[in-house]
Write a protein that binds this ligand. Structure first.
Ligand SMILES: C[S@@+](CC[C@H](N)C(=O)[O-])C[C@H]1O[C@@H](n2cnc3c(N)ncnc32)[C@H](O)[C@@H]1O
Length: 264
């Protein structure tokens, strides 16, 4: 090899190195919540709705209270979620894992549940409980208020029980969750019914069906299903607006006559 050949080879290696370690172009950065220079600003009101305060981890015992199944029929909610063995399900805002543990059994050994929360003590409690029950298919994920730290296209289902109304950066969260869903993945909101005065929860922690639909459709989602038979909560299923599923019309909530006694 001549000296000139050596020089050419050296230049080529140098260029290749530059290409490998060079930072991503500015356009890629814009799209990732991870790499933004400044975190997005929290909001107090979103689309006419007051955002609720985050439930503190010191109150976590309330989430696993014995009477919760009777009050909310969580088993009925989970049975209607569409979970299949082998799926990746994200329990977003999982708290100490009331639903996460049950979801782990539903997806089976080949599936995985991602438990995301912004409070580390909640995740510690979740994993302590998982260990008690020998559950090994839960991955705890410490999210940020504007970034759930989920991989693009990684989720079949993202479940949010009594969580969405606490987001103080709803738009970045909705954007990030949309990205984390696969093409037919579903985002499922379970929220206490604003329309129902018999649901004994503070107004700030309730949401109406039209308000939920308004916020989600404004952020690239479409309503594909609604389950209206839980005693206290709405259960609304959304997909990305570019999914192959047809959107459904919102059915306004009405108190079923024969249910009136049951939910009191
Ligand atoms: C009322 S608790 C509900 C916990 C659980 N989903 C359940 O039903 O038992 C709300 C949880 O959402 C979490 N949370 C609030 N904002 C969040 C966000 N942006 N990302 C992830 N978790 C969040 C809170 O830390 C809290 O643990």
């Amino acid at each position: 090899m001549t000296r000139q050949h050596h020089r050419h080879a050296f230049a080529l290696v140098f260029i290749l190195l530059l290409v490998t370690v060079a930072p991503a172009p500015a356009e890629d950065k814009k799209d990732s919540n991870d790499q933004q220079d400044e975190p997005p600003k929290p909001v107090k009101v979103y689309m006419g709705r007051r955002v609720a305060q985050t439930m503190h981890w010191l109150g976590a015992e309330w989430l696993i209270r014995q009477r919760r199944e009777r009050e909310e029929r969580a088993s009925v909610m989970l049975a209607n979620l569409g979970v299949k063995s082998g799926m990746t399900v994200c329990d977003l805002g999982c708290g100490n894992g009331f639903h996460t543990l049950k979801l782990a059994a539903m997806v089976g050994k080949k599936g995985r549940v991602l438990g995301v929360d912004i409070q580390k003590p909640m995740l510690d409690m979740l994993m302590k409980r998982a260990k008690q029950y020998d559950i090994e298919n839960i991955t705890p994920v410490l999210g940020l208020t504007y970034d759930p730290k989920l991989k693009p296209g990684s989720c079949d289902i993202i479940l949010l029980v009594d969580v969405y109304h606490e987001f103080d950066q709803p738009e970045p969260m909705l954007k990030a969750m949309r990205k984390a869903l696969n093409r037919t993945g579903r985002l499922v909101l379970v929220e206490f019914r604003m329309e129902d005065p018999d649901v004994p929860i503070k107004l700030l922690h309730k949401m109406s069906k039209p308000q939920i639909a308004k916020e989600l459709t404004a952020n690239g989602y479409k309503l594909v299903r609604q389950y209206d038979k839980l005693p206290w909560q709405h259960m609304m299923f959304f997909e990305r607006d570019d999914s192959p599923t047809k959107a459904v019309k919102l059915i306004p909530w009405q108190k079923p006559k024969d249910d009136q006694k049951e939910s009191k």
